[in-house]
Design a binder for this molecule. Structure first.
Ligand SMILES: Nc1ncnc2c1ncn2[C@@H]1O[C@H](COP(=O)(O)OS(=O)(=O)O)[C@@H](OP(=O)(O)O)[C@H]1O
Length: 328
């Protein structure tokens, strides 16, 4: 009898020790997961810790559910940066170029390029060259046929000027670089130039592969003039809760475009995931001076490009009132 009681006590003590051990282990495991997340975040700075912790510890690197696929020189950097203000968006700082240059590195390589996110957040990646590459678009469809795609377009002549300014950004002496006209005609022959700004042909390829409802086409001009409206459009398109406000953006006279308002409640969401100047503007050589275009060549470009613009407007069912194409 005495022996049985002793055995029971022993059994109870052992069970208690076992339960305590399990609880302690779970606690240690959880704190190590949290500290791993913290370390990951502080190392790559690619997400807001407070956002993740407040949403529980389900943070992990997840594949993008939305992509900004083009067009280069159409405000895609500002677009990605502004969207990242949203508390339910995370996005890698750099262009990953997975579906073009890095495809052979494999899906796991791609996933590990993404910042940690919670289940309720959406990861967005921007690589503006995807849209110019049919094979990349096919790979995206194979990756996720229901993915959301965001495309920004711009006045085609302004885009060409922006590309020229970017190409020769390090050639300071004008004698050392071709004129804008020579660059358009030589470096890239006229057909090539028209193809570069023929948004319709590239967007048609997107519509061949994805349902139109998965694709949002925005304009760089709208983003420049009224980022809040563009962000609200993107927010609705991505099915996000309404979080953008007029306090998120401030117009910077010196830069000539909207920058981040560092006092807005959403501002902490982009710290470390966007490269900013001290004034809260997007750096990286945006807003370079555009080259002059000689009048005859300008008219030639307008004539060659206008039909492609009309094709674009009928394809996407919306018009852009581009300065260089206004009928006088
Ligand atoms: N708010 C804000 N901040 C910074 N930049 C802005 C903004 N809105 C539009 N833009 C215009 O974006 C143009 C650069 O486009 P991208 O970012 O797509 O260029 S890139 O392809 O990634 O190099 C760049 O064009 P350029 O002015 O020709 O340099 C910017 O004018």
């Amino acid at each position: 009898m005495f022996k049985t009681q002793k055995f029971k006590v022993l059994l109870q003590v052992t069970s208690l020790a076992f339960v305590l051990g399990v609880v302690l282990n779970l606690f240690l495991y959880n704190s190590s997961v949290s500290s791993n997340i913290r370390k990951t975040l502080s190392r790559d700075g690619s997400g807001s810790l407070s956002r993740l912790i407040s949403d529980g510890d389900d943070a992990q690197r997840r594949f993008p559910k939305a992509l900004i696929i083009g067009f280069s020189k159409c405000g895609t950097t500002a677009l990605r940066a502004f969207i990242s203000l949203h508390p339910d968006i995370v996005s890698p700082l750099e262009e990953v170029r997975f579906f073009t240059l890095n495809y052979t590195k494999g899906m796991e390589w791609y996933r590990l390029k993404m910042p940690p996110s919670t289940k309720s957040q959406i990861t967005i990646e921007k690589t503006p060259f995807y849209i110019m590459d049919r094979e990349a678009l096919e790979r995206i469809r194979e990756f996720n046929s229901t993915i959301r795609l965001i495309i920004s377009v711009r006045d085609p002549i302004a885009r060409l000027q922006s590309q020229y300014a970017h190409t020769f950004r390090n050639v300071l002496d004008p004698d050392d670089r071709p004129s804008f006209k020579a660059w358009c005609q030589g470096n890239a022959n006229s057909d090539h130039v028209v193809r570069f700004v023929d948004y319709a042909s590239h967007i048609s390829a997107v519509y061949d592969l994805f349902h139109k409802s998965q694709v949002l086409v925005l304009s760089e001009e709208a983003l420049e003039m009224d980022p809040l409206s563009v962000m609200k459009e993107a927010e609705a398109f991505l099915g996000l809760r309404a979080s953008f406000t007029k306090y998120d953006f401030v117009f910077n006279q010196e830069k000539g475009f909207y920058c981040f308002n560092m006092s807005s409640p959403n501002y902490p969401n982009i710290i470390n995931s966007v490269k900013l100047s001290e004034s809260g503007c997007i750096g990286g050589g945006k807003g370079r001076e555009h080259p002059e275009v000689d009048e005859d060549f300008f008219q030639e470009l307008v004539k060659a490009i206008r039909p492609h613009n009309e094709h674009l407007f009928s394809l996407i069912g919306k018009r852009f009132d581009w300065d260089n194409f206004k009928e006088s």
